[in-house]
Design a protein around this ligand. Structure first.
Ligand code: 1CP
Length: 319
């Protein structure tokens, strides 16, 4: 998840001096931000500081981080001609070379004692930002295009799928132990459309890269689709905080590991509450092997550092 961010003073200090995009594009800065939480907390894994929107950027649709927060794309994809104008998937290697560069440094710094995660957005989630031209509460335009102009939608998804496969391969070659696919906007798709709008493209990615490294699949808001998500072959499903982790895990094949799913809002409370709720979550998974403890979505800027410490200490001490 977004473990970096505004809750850490050292991150805020760095962001005073550099823009978000600059930090993403400069390997030494991306490495520094990635390592910041690991210097404070006994975490088992690091996730590269970057963003899912580097893929639209590599294809010719740049993004920026707005001063008031949130993301804006330089333009929105209007029509089929705009989709055709996007660069081919092969552009990813050259345009995003800063990402494997940062991963190679991190691999050296972390040695073999910590897992290093790469990531990317699902084609559907990327298409949401590209068709909308920025963030949105409902990404209505992506759904409209899906229903109104399926050839355009499919053409865009093919490009995003190919670009994502290149991107994940490059990250694995540079030392990522596993890659996480963020289908952050799965939850806005009607269940009956989820296969055609998102899942079939994710499956292509899992088929293409699953033999090289484990895939962690996170489809926020689509917990009713967990059996279908497991059927993609992704060995790990990340679960959002809306489901009972223990019950959901026991309903999945024993070979599917689960990651999650503490409500990030708890980190705004107190160390006692965090420790209690973390133990409750761990207890619910006691009889089910294959649990990667994590939040159920990204960490919030309001998270308190003493609460993150309490969380990590509780998980590490749990027996
Ligand atoms: O901890 C880390 O730094 C991990 C790296 C990481 C990841 C995995 C970042 C850095 N972003 C992401 C994924 C990402 N980016 C997703 C999928 C995960 C999720 O659902 O949160 C999405 C949807 C984005 C797009 C994005 N980037 C948004 C949402 C925009 C919107 O309106 O929908 C935002 C606010 C960002 C900025 C961002 N990316 C990462 C960080 C640390 C930040 C916050 C920057 C800041 O506030 O200073």
């Amino acid at each position: 998840m977004r473990q970096a961010g505004r809750y850490l003073p050292e991150y805020r200090a760095l962001k005073q001096k550099h823009t978000f995009v600059e930090m993403v594009r400069t390997p030494d800065l991306a490495v520094e931000v990635t390592l910041q939480p690991l210097r404070r907390f006994a975490l088992d894994a690091a996730i590269l500081f970057s963003d899912i929107l580097v893929i639209p950027e590599a294809l010719g649709q740049p993004y920026r981080f707005k001063e008031e927060g949130g993301i804006a794309m330089e333009f929105r994809l209007e029509d089929a001609a705009a989709v055709e104008r996007l660069a081919p998937a092969s552009a990813v290697r050259e345009k995003l070379a800063y990402m494997p560069a940062a991963l190679r440094i991190l691999r050296r710094e972390l040695g073999d004692t910590k897992a290093l995660l790469g990531f990317g957005g699902s084609p559907w989630t990327l298409a949401c930002y590209m068709l909308e031209g920025g963030g949105s509460d409902d990404f209505a335009r992506a759904k409209e295009v899906f229903h109104r102009d399926r050839p355009l939608f499919d053409r865009l998804m093919e490009k995003l799928t190919d670009a994502s496969i290149e991107h994940f391969r490059a990250q694995i070659e540079a030392g990522a132990d596993a890659v996480q696919i963020f289908d952050s906007w799965a939850g806005i798709v009607p269940a009956i459309d989820y296969e055609a709008a998102s899942l079939k493209w994710i499956r292509r990615i899992v088929d293409a890269i699953g033999r090289r490294a484990p895939v962690i699949l996170f489809a926020r808001g689509a917990m009713a689709a967990l059996p279908a998500l497991a059927a993609t072959g992704a060995p790990v499903l990340a679960l959002d905080w809306t489901v009972d982790l223990g019950a959901a895990a026991r309903a999945l094949p024993a070979t599917t590991a689960v990651q999650g799913n503490l409500d990030p809002v708890l980190l705004n409370t107190t160390p006692d509450v965090v420790a209690r709720e973390a133990r409750r979550l761990l207890e619910s998974m006691r009889s089910r092997p294959g649990h990667i403890f994590n939040l159920g979505h990204g960490i919030l800027p309001q998270a308190k550092i003493e609460n993150v410490s309490a969380l990590v200490d509780t998980v590490v001490a749990f027996a």
